[in-house]
Ligand binder design. Structure first.
Ligand code: SAJ
Length: 467
């Protein structure tokens, strides 16, 4: 039996009859964070899947029934699918009933979308596609990519997209760490180049998707995907701007956000040292690229979020301005968000590079989830020895309870900067450390009155319930 996490026992009414007992051959191109879980879900729910990737390391691991992706339930689902012969690894696509493209859409230095991976993937299936096949793009793409680029290439097969081939855009909306669950339970948008394509695609996904599937056209579906992430990016930028404003006002942005969110229709996001990942930090640029004159706020939000690593750098410099000689900073966390192993577009890695480029700073990073200049193997209490500042950059679970007294003993200058409101000021200061918080301006970033460690002024009136 396939692993429970991968079986979708209750399916929406539509589609089931058409697919009942039908085993389709599905070719999934791109076996990353989205493609491999998707392949495993189709395999666990009755189909025969050919997994295709350009990375030999991924294919070899898959052939052994293994994956490098750290995702709950995925290893078990892949192991089962490969052992049952439901999922095989191939360098090249094979003739199949459906082709699902889950390749990256990186961003170019000018913030335009790099569609070369999609183009190569679509071209790779041209020798295989047959009349009646389905071609589905899942990769995040600028509006019009499916209709124009994908269908334009497919036309080279001699078959007509929309008539001979069903073509759709079906974005995922899964969160790393919850991918298998969200693949099953989240609703989805299914965007066909025509309604027949959308209905066919929805039927295919109905073998494992329990969430509602909403049918629309491919351009609307592409824009929907981008807008979901743009919504978060704009709101994170608002939170970041509030943090900078509150610092100047001498109040605590985290308390402002917490209490404003008590309003039933307010959902302010959280400030941080910047926005990372291959989605939120990237997708809004695809809208700006399409409508640069109109997407002004979206572009500004991107620039605000991208400015946060430098903003944190300036905070660090202010806190350590009276330290003569080399300044050593211990950075906790290098991944783009907590409890993941992904460092793509990590704002913390950008901050570390800026610190080093500043001159006079050395950095030692600690992160058991990812290796950046030895970060994975380091012990926090060893790393913090001789440091002038401890920076909480990523709120990984393991950093929640640390021994501040042990940290104080080891630091050369007892200064702490929390960029995630992760620690309690009272607890940090009780150990003799000076606690500073991104978004909280009451404390002085200058030296304290006695010329010693900067002394944070009283926090707002928020009590224990404020954590
Ligand atoms: N972040 C903040 N403040 C917040 C929320 C996030 O600073 O209040 C930062 C995080 O630290 C991280 C970045 O933003 O650096 C992105 O984190 P995230 O969890 O918001 O985004 P992703 O990239 O892990 O996943 C998003 C999700 N999209 C939405 O929540 C709308 C996911 O559902 C998508 O499937 C995924 O992008 C994707 O693949 O597009």
């Amino acid at each position: 039996m396939p692993p429970e996490a991968a079986i979708s026992v209750r399916r929406p009414s539509y589609g089931r009859q058409e697919l009942k007992g039908v085993r389709m051959k599905i070719c999934v191109i791109g076996l990353g964070y989205v493609g491999l879980p998707t392949a495993a879900m189709f395999a666990a729910n009755g189909h025969y899947v050919v997994g295709v990737d350009v990375c030999d390391r991924i294919l070899k691991a898959l052939g052994r029934g293994e994956t490098f992706i750290c995702e709950p339930g995925l290893g078990e689902a892949v192991r089962w699918a490969v052992s049952e012969g439901r999922l095989i690894a191939r360098e090249d696509p094979e003739p199949a009933d459906a082709y699902i493209i889950c390749v990256p859409t990186p961003i170019n230095p000018d913030h335009s979308a790099d569609l070369s991976y999609i183009e190569r993937a679509v071209r790779s299936i041209l020798p295989c596609v047959r009349k009646g096949n389905m071609v589905i793009l899942e990769s995040t793409s600028p509006p019009g990519t499916t209709r124009d680029l994908v269908c334009g290439i497919l036309g080279g097969s001699g078959l007509t997209p929309g008539t001979d081939l069903y073509v759709a855009y079906c974005p995922e909306r899964v969160l790393p760490g919850r991918i298998l669950t969200e693949l099953v339970h989240n609703s989805r948008v299914i965007g066909g180049i025509n309604s027949e394509s959308a209905i066919k695609a929805r039927t295919l996904y109905s073998c494992f998707v329990r969430g509602e599937m909403y049918i629309t056209d491919s351009v609307t579906a592409e824009m929907c995907k981008l807008v979901e992430n743009t919504y978060r990016d704009v709101n994170i930028a608002l939170a970041a701007e509030l943090a900078m404003i509150c610092e100047k006002l001498g109040i605590n942005a985290w308390e402002v956000i917490r209490y404003a969110n008590k309003h039933p229709r307010v959902n302010l996001h959280q400030p941080g040292p910047g926005v990372g990942g291959h989605c939120i930090a990237v997708d809004p640029w695809f809208i700006v690229q399409k409508q640069p004159e109109t997407a002004r706020m979206i572009g500004l939000a991107r620039r605000i979020n991208d400015s946060m690593p430098r903003y944190v750098l300036e905070r660090i410099k202010a806190l350590l301005k009276n330290i003569s000689g080399g300044r050593k900073v211990c950075v906790l966390g290098v991944t783009y968000k907590p409890d993941v192993d992904d460092t793509r577009e990590s704002p913390v890695i950008r901050l570390i590079s800026m610190l080093k480029a500043e001159g006079g700073y050395s950095v030692v990073a600690v992160d058991r989830h990812a290796d950046y200049e030895g970060s994975r193997g380091r012990d926090l209490y060893e790393a913090v020895k001789g440091c002038h500042l401890l920076l909480l950059a990523v709120n990984h679970r393991e950093f929640e309870r640390v021994d501040f007294a042990r940290i104080r003993e080891r630091m050369a200058y007892p200064c702490v900067l929390d960029t995630r409101n992760f620690w309690r000021a009272e607890e940090v200061e009780a150990a003799g450390l000076s606690y500073h918080l991104l978004g909280w301006g009451k404390q002085s970033d200058e030296e304290g009155p006695d010329g010693g460690v900067p002394v944070p002024a009283a926090r707002g009136f928020g009590g224990a319930e404020d954590r």
